[in-house]
Design a protein around this ligand. Sequence first.
Ligand code: NDP
Length: 501
Amino acid sequence: LELTEFKVRDETTGKLPFRHALLVELVSHIFIRFFTFKTLKMSLRQKKSVNAEFKESNSEFTPNLKAQTGKTWGRDRDISYITVLFSTLILTCCPLLVFVFWVSCTHYQCSLYEPIYRLQISGFSEKAFDSVVLQKLPQFTWEGIKIYAIWLSFQAIIYAILPAKIGYGQRTPAGHILPYKVRFEKIFRKKTFYFNWWEGSIIHDNWGALLIAANIYGYFLTFFVFAKAYIMPSHPEDRKFSGSFIYDLLMGIEMNPRFGKYWDFKLFHNGRPGIIAWTLINLSFAAAQYNKIGYVTNSMILLNFLHAVYVLDFFYNEDWYLRTIDIAHDHFGFYLAWGDTVWLPWMSHYLVRNTIDLSIPYFLLVLTIGLSGYYIFRAVNHQKDIVRRRNGDCIIWGKPAQFIKTHFVTSDGKEHSSILLTSGFWGISRHFNYVGDLLISSAMCLACGFDHLLPYFYIIYMFILLIHRIYRDDARCRGKYGKYWDNYCQVVKWKLLPYVF
Ligand code: NDP
């Protein structure tokens, strides 16, 4: 009816200039009808029980879809207005922040203050804003899109077709135990070989355009998985609807979106284009530094080494990764989709712009901090992994493992058991593995010297991320394990560091 009306109204011009408007109208109708209106309406009523409400609206709206209902443990449901506000800020400001860093590094030697100073001396005029900021923004190029598309497709295809070991994830809130393709380390080696076909500094040379391409993909992926969760969910009963459109966009609805049996969105984006790109980006920046100054600084080598250790560890122990919060508990939304594709470290970029030669004692100090962090990170995570895999039948620090046997119920009503380790590192604090990560991150920042604040953004970010995770995980585990978790918290009192936090 709307189509006909548009055409009739348009007869005055004799053309069809409204064709685009019509398309926009149709698309926005579909969008508003299917997502926004329904979820915003729910948002307004979220003080009531969102779960019961979703069940009701879902059956009226899409009768065949099932989702977790009732107060099953897992992701948050009753979302406050403050959370929605923060979610909106994250969705909009994070990409802006990435571009601010890019401009600062590319044009002002990574100084955050310099552009502000220049704006200030020009009285924050429109002209100054244009020359200091707008004209310095990265430019879209098809070359950037092409390189990114080749990289992504290449990764996606090898992830789909190459054989791999099958690992199994943790039981989901709906009771599934899903298979994952893990241990691709041989293929990883081959990929670095393919990388040699291009100029070593290719990523550095197209960094701005690649950042734009990655952002476009990050947002596309966010909306794609959001729509997929409604239209063709992989495991419908493992979806979570918070009642807020914005929060669902940020934190995701589907827990394990997949194509087919094995092509897992979360594992793929976390572990393939993102984390491998991290090492390649570093190498490319090292190559760019070599082209620029004729040698590679020891700070760049140190940073490349620390990042590479972390990444190689990921591939070597990929099975372990299936038991982490990212894979076992987080749903797939902007937080992981955009985070995995865009939120890449900036330190190597920093080192290309600022040549830093570290003294040998300082170099060794930073290396020691980094390696100690890595040791803690690996040893703590290994203890949890082994105790879970062997169901408690293992030795920790020379003695039989001590643990609390727990019970929990999945949303299909079935009861399961699990164990919470209370000896070894897990007897010191509930998240001692985060101490390891914080040390590694500090070392990565320290490798960049003390000239600017920008490289230290990474440790600030990691600190906020991990502290927030501690609270998030605590709430989720309490929901899952109830009295067993309370008992565990009495046995292991400290969250991160004994006598500190
Ligand atoms: P954990 O690996 O600590 O996983 C937490 C989960 O483990 C809990 O939800 C619970 O899940 C289970 N668990 C909790 N306590 C115990 C226990 N005592 N015994 C056995 N299982 C327990 O957290 P993350 O996934 O956040 O971190 C994994 C690693 O990744 C860490 O080293 C972290 O620092 C690192 N990391 C790095 C990031 C980066 O960007 N570099 C970002 C985030 C994390 P269940 O429901 O199965 O019981």
